[in-house]
Ligand binder design. Structure first.
Ligand SMILES: CC(C)(COP(=O)(O)OP(=O)(O)OC[C@H]1O[C@@H](n2cnc3c(N)ncnc32)[C@H](O)[C@@H]1OP(=O)(O)O)[C@@H](O)C(=O)NCCC(=O)NCCS
Length: 211
């Protein structure tokens, strides 16, 4: 059966529905050994500027990360799904969540390379940050990017994660040390500057944030 875009959005699991993508919990088929996600974790070209692949991936390690997210409240993990096809194309999460300080670290990975450069990660960050500030009541969302990772730095600029400092020579990659640029956004400032833009990326913001 061939579904059209509207059908697919209706059949798909719903959580946060954006214009081109939706964010929701991972499906059982995304967590198998032959899933795209499992393979992204062994793809070293997706990990040039980050530090996921020190150990080869295996089902136990893969599942334990997912189970950690299910059983604890310091990690909220979302799959990024293309609305048009329902395809799992990446992940985005809030990690190191501190519910007392109301802070969270944001991290993302676009796994399916044919989707790069199309604004997908920008859209995912904006709708997730809006959700984080408005539903989860975070005061501060922060992150970290290698000084060499220009594409991710650009994503941070576009979503209002502003440079706050540097962890000098923090990251060792391919035998060379790199600074990590620390970035962050504060609730009130961010809502004022990026709130409207973020809402424009939801398919129907009133579904999630009734006025
Ligand atoms: C890096 C990554 C997040 C980018 O995602 P994406 O969906 O392609 O990002 P977007 O399309 O929303 O935006 C990318 C921006 O970076 C720009 N860009 C891409 N390569 C660039 C480069 N070498 N130098 C400068 N800017 C670059 C793009 O032009 C675009 O900016 P624009 O809209 O102003 O033109 C994605 O490729 C990825 O997840 N890679 C693997 C995992 C990873 O590195 N995660 C981030 C860890 S910090």
């Amino acid at each position: 059966m061939i579904y059209n875009n509207a059908d697919l959005v209706n059949i798909m699991k719903k959580f946060i529905i954006g214009k081109e993508i939706s964010l929701h919990g991972l499906r059982s088929e995304d967590l198998s050994e032959d899933s795209p996600y499992f393979n992204w974790l062994d793809d070293l070209s997706l990990d040039i500027y980050t530090q996921r692949s020190y150990f080869p991936n295996n089902l136990k390690r893969f599942r334990s990360y997912y189970e950690h997210a299910c059983e604890n409240s310091d990690l909220i993990l979302f799959g990024i799904y293309e609305n048009q096809t329902g395809k799992h194309i990446g992940n985005i999460n809030f990690q190191q969540i501190n519910w007392l300080n109301r802070t969270a670290f944001i991290a993302y990975m676009l796994g399916e390379k044919e989707f790069t450069g199309k604004g997908i990660t920008t859209q995912a960050c904006l709708i997730l940050m809006y959700y984080g500030f408005n539903k989860l009541n975070f005061e501060r969302i922060h992150g970290g990017v290698s000084e060499a990772h220009l594409a991710s730095q650009r994503v941070c600029q576009k979503v209002g994660l502003v440079e706050e400092g540097r962890m000098r020579k923090h990251l060792l990659r391919q035998g060379k040390r790199y600074d990590v640029i620390t970035v962050g956004a504060l609730r009130e400032e961010w809502i004022e500057k990026y709130g409207e833009l973020a809402r424009s990326y939801y398919r129907n913001p009133k579904e999630i944030f009734p006025e």
